[in-house]
Design a binder for this molecule. Structure first.
Ligand code: ARG
Length: 580
């Protein structure tokens, strides 16, 4: 579709003076329903420049294009000018041949591209805080970051995934204090996340009445920064037991990082940053604290050192960026967090710019909406949290129950239940634009019907079982696919067939757009559309018909859908079981 669009845009551009083909291509749309064409040019977007009404532009373009129909042969079946829109109806048989042949050739690499070759992208995602729970906000960061990781890799970029663990900061001082007053070793070893959360909440509840507790906590953090062995011993222990728990979650999700370098990794790299800021005349002393003024840019100052000399989140982020540039020579560094941290990123991106690094323009914050819990905001301090582990286990449990009732004879039920349950949770985080706030509901996260991950997985299973049936009948799907060069697919022109082909043909472009806009939900949306089109096809067209030509063409189509769904699911972070 994309290539046809480019070709059409080129043709249109030759007919209009002073309008570039790329400009036309970006104006073009895929209309929501087929009566309006497969590709459409809204001519009102040109009317200012051309000083003509959209109606006049569209009908003149139509006539001129029809006159050179030879060039468009095989691409376009029909052109219409309708209320200021120029609507193109692609040649169904031509698109079928083209699309299916490309997929047969590329297989699971269909849609893979080379636009990223030679470029490195660093993605900082997940990054939960040790002393606080891994909550559903972090789950979103993990899911979005992981999908971006896979999508960028598919486009040829070298991708480096970093978990910037929150393993340093004043919260550890609080935790140490809470542990000494109210902690229990046994509990902490048995259920570290729960116990750390309990201590965290307890600390804040108590500190309301006893402000001295805050003082005590600050003092412990200063000791940590000064390398005090006792403070560090407790800190190390908290980090270790938490990481063990986090790792279980990452394993369930199938998420992997190239580097788990938390904030503490930059401890000995913050001093040179402070020195550099000082040397460059950027640091100002304000009531004992050191900061970089950003008034000129309409922002509050970026605090770099506290009165007591301890470092801050900002300081460690600047140090981390300098380190990453040096170590990975990135072309782009992406940070995935909710939008409440937007100011934080703007501030320290600006600090890096003021330090004179022109690559500060390659630092990108990818914000996403906040998650509230059935209306109420999530507050760690008040203990209003959804425990991730609970969520994942419940999802798996529910998937297992459904399998038990629908397909009790299935092999490897536990494995499939995990793939499907986790798939539901991951996909749920990728529906809708990432910037939208989400009201978390157990019901939605655990839904397997409608526009969900399990629905796409199930559609993939359906395609697999059809292909299996053919293989079992020894008709040999491979033989059919092998004769690809000779096969013609232009008999696939029925409405339902064409819809599937159209969706398949959009896949490569969708992947690229998901990367450009850093919006994996575009891809999950595309998968839903493809799955829906395929299910309609499955209901309306029998595949195993007597006519050999139609049968092999349809089988090839099924095969194309299967590989595309499989790779698409992988790209957004889901597994694609073959049976369920
Ligand atoms: N740990 C932070 C949080 O939970 C997120 C860290 C994001 N990454 C970064 N380099 N600041 O809010």
């Amino acid at each position: 579709m994309e290539q046809i669009k480019a070709e059409l845009a080129g043709q249109v551009a030759t007919l209009l003076e002073g309008v570039a083909a790329e400009g036309i291509a970006t104006m073009m749309e895929y209309p929501p329903n087929e009566e309006m064409g497969d590709i459409s040019l809204p001519c009102f977007k040109l009317s200012r420049q051309l000083r003509k009404s959209p109606q006049a532009i569209s009908s003149e373009l139509k006539d001129s294009l029809m006159a050179k129909s030879a060039e468009l042969n095989g691409l376009i079946g029909r052109i219409e000018a309708e209320s200021g829109y120029l609507n193109f109806y692609v040649d169904k048989g031509g698109l079928a041949n083209w699309t299916i042949r490309s997929i047969l050739q590329a297989g699971e690499r269909y849609g893979a591209q080379t636009i990223g070759t030679g470029q490195t992208v660093v993605i900082d995602y997940s990054s939960p805080n040790i002393a606080k729970p891994f909550h559903i906000g972090h789950l979103r960061s993990t899911v979005i970051g992981n999908a971006l990781y896979r999508i960028y890799s598919f486009l040829g970029y070298q991708v480096i995934g970093i978990n910037h663990l929150g393993d340093w900061g004043t919260q550890f001082g609080k935790l140490i204090v809470a542990f000494q007053h109210w902690g229990e070793v046994a509990k902490l070893e048995e259920a570290p996340i729960d116990e750390l959360l309990r201590l965290y909440i307890k600390f804040h509840a108590e500190a309301d009445g006893y402000p001295e507790l805050e003082e005590e906590a600050r003092a412990w953090f200063v000791r940590m920064e000064q390398g005090d062995e006792e403070a560090l011993r407790l800190w190390r222990w908290f980090v270790e037991i938490s990481m063990d728990e986090f790792q279980k979650i990452y394993d369930l999700l199938g998420v992997h990082f190239d580097h788990v370098t938390g904030e503490s990794f930059y401890n000995d790299r913050t001093t040179p940053v402070i020195q550099e800021l000082k040397d460059k005349g950027l640091l100002e002393v304000d009531e004992g604290a050191r900061l970089v003024r950003l008034d000129a840019y309409g922002m509050a100052p970026a605090l770099m050192l506290k009165k007591d000399g301890s470092t801050l989140y900002h300081t460690r982020d600047v140090a981390a960026a300098l380190y990453r540039k040096e170590a990975y020579r990135f072309d782009k560094a992406i940070y995935v967090t909710d939008y409440s941290q937007s100011l934080h990123f703007q501030q320290w991106f600006k600090v890096v710019e003021l330090m004179g690094y022109d690559w500060s323009k390659d630092l990108v914050h990818v914000p996403f909406g906040r998650v509230s819990l059935e209306g109420a905001s999530l507050s760690t301090r008040k203990g209003n949290v959804v425990k991730l582990d609970d969520l994942l286990q419940q999802a798996i449990f529910k998937a297992r129950e459904i399998i038990e009732s629908k397909n009790p004879g299935l092999d490897q039920k536990d494995e499939v239940a995990r793939q499907v349950g986790i798939g539901a949770v991951i996909f749920n985080d990728l529906t809708g634009n990432r910037i939208k706030d989400i009201s978390f509901s157990w019901k939605d996260a655990l839904s397997f019907e409608g526009e969900t991950g399990p629905y796409v997985q199930y559609t993939h299973v359906r395609a697999c079982s059809l292909l299996r049936k053919v293989d079992e009948q020894r008709e040999g799907i491979q033989a059919i696919l092998g004769s690809e060069a000779k096969a013609y697919f232009d008999c696939l022109t029925q409405k339902a067939e064409f819809e599937v082909i159209k969706q398949l043909s959009l896949f490569p472009e969708t992947i690229r757009q998901a990367a450009e806009k850093m919006e994996p939900s575009l891809l999950s949306r595309g998968l839903i559309d493809l799955a829906q089109a395929f299910n309609r096809f499955y209901r309306e067209c029998s595949v195993l018909v007597d006519d050999a030509a139609v049968r092999s063409a349809r089988l090839a189509l099924v095969w194309c859908v299967q590989v595309t769904l499989q790779s698409g699911l992988h790209l957004v972070g889901l597994e694609a079981p073959e049976r369920m």
